[in-house]
Design a protein around this ligand. Structure first.
Ligand SMILES: [Fe+2]
Length: 344
């Protein structure tokens, strides 16, 4: 069985990248991030270091792919989004720990693995989109989403989506499982409809008057505001205001886009150079600007669009501690029947 995998790995590796990509002066990036987001960064990296980059873009199956390639995997640096996906990559055994002062000093400890297997590169807040017209209050908490005063007013995508799972995991981390479950039951009763669609769809629903509050990530608001290809999205964005939950206490739940060093990285030195570069002020500003995210490097520039949402105060609970409760959160969503929508 192992021998079979190894043969496959050689074939897969050879088919994937030209021979030149295996030579010096190259770094191979396996990315779950869209090419338009990372290309400007990689171009800046090549300009600064002379190191060429080869990118394999994979939406699904990234850990499985690297595992199947085995020791001959050309993967050097892995780029992905969400703590859930980063943990999945580590759990698949396809990463190696990084010890590097530049990277450790740039990235606050709450956004990296204590064992050095994954690192946040940007953050995004999981915020409340609130109707400008129908919601008067300008502050809110996640806890309040279960308050009966919002009955029939809340919209969200599936509770099993990784963005919501991370938020629910943070609720468990802060309140314990029992209290978090009571909260989730209240949230379910406040839903306007069965959870569905994506984050932008919740803004659309608010625009359409189907609900008053929705859960969504910060960067989608920037993407909607500046969407010239589908200008109707600008109207959705215009219908909502961004409320940063729990700004007045523990802070807003944030998730990350992140990076990891592949276990058998053939170009390890170059990989570390790229990882260092991604934490530099220059790269942080480009990365944050491209997708309206927040840099992890303290003091790095935030885009004007993102600044217009107001100031975020991130929850300081380490994401590694949040990640521990992902499974419990997913089971809770099923137990509560969150994705079935409100009872009546
Ligand atoms: Fe997203």
């Amino acid at each position: 069985m192992r021998a079979g995998l190894a043969v496959f790995a050689v074939t897969a590796g050879a088919a994937l990248l030209p021979v030149s990509a295996q030579a010096d002066g190259v770094v191979n990036v396996y990315s779950q991030r869209q090419p338009f987001l990372i290309q400007p960064l990689l171009d800046a990296f090549t300009e600064e270091t002379g190191i060429q980059t080869e990118v394999l873009h994979l939406d699904e199956g990234l850990p499985e792919r690297i595992a199947a390639e085995g020791e001959n995997s050309p993967a050097d640096v892995i780029l992905t989004v969400d703590i859930g996906r980063l943990v999945a990559v580590v759990d698949a055994g396809v990463t190696q720990p990084v010890e590097n002062d530049v990277i450790y000093e740039a990235i606050p400890s709450q956004y990296r693995d204590p064992e050095g297997h994954w690192f946040g590169v940007t953050t995004r807040g999981r915020v409340i989109y609130a109707s400008k017209e129908r919601v008067e209050q300008d502050t809110i908490t996640y806890e309040e989403l279960a308050d009966p005063k919002w009955k029939g007013k809340v919209c969200m995508r599936s509770g099993q989506h990784q963005y919501n799972i991370a938020l629910f995991a943070s609720m468990i981390a802060h309140h314990g499982e029992e209290q978090a479950e009571e909260w989730m039951k209240g949230l379910k009763e406040n839903l306007a409809r069965k959870p569905g669609g994506n984050d932008r769809g919740q803004a659309q629903a608010i625009y359409a008057g189907e609900c008053d509050l929705g859960l969504g990530n910060t960067y989608y608001v920037g993407l909607m505001m500046n969407n010239n290809e589908e200008p109707e999205q600008q109207e959705w964005a215009d219908a909502i205001k961004v409320l940063f939950p729990n700004s007045e206490d523990r802070g807003t739940h944030v998730n990350i886009s992140g990076m990891a060093l592949a276990k058998n990285a053939p170009n390890k030195e170059n990989a570390l150079k790229l990882m260092e570069f991604l934490t530099s002020a220059e790269a942080q500003a480009i990365y944050a600007e491209e997708n309206y995210e927040y840099p992890v490097l303290p003091g790095a520039a935030v885009s004007e669009t993102v600044q217009s949402f107001g100031e975020i105060k991130p929850d300081t609970l380490p994401l590694a501690d949040v990640a521990k409760y992902r499974k419990a959160a997913s089971e809770m969503v099923d137990r509560v029947g969150l994705d079935d929508g409100p009872a009546s």
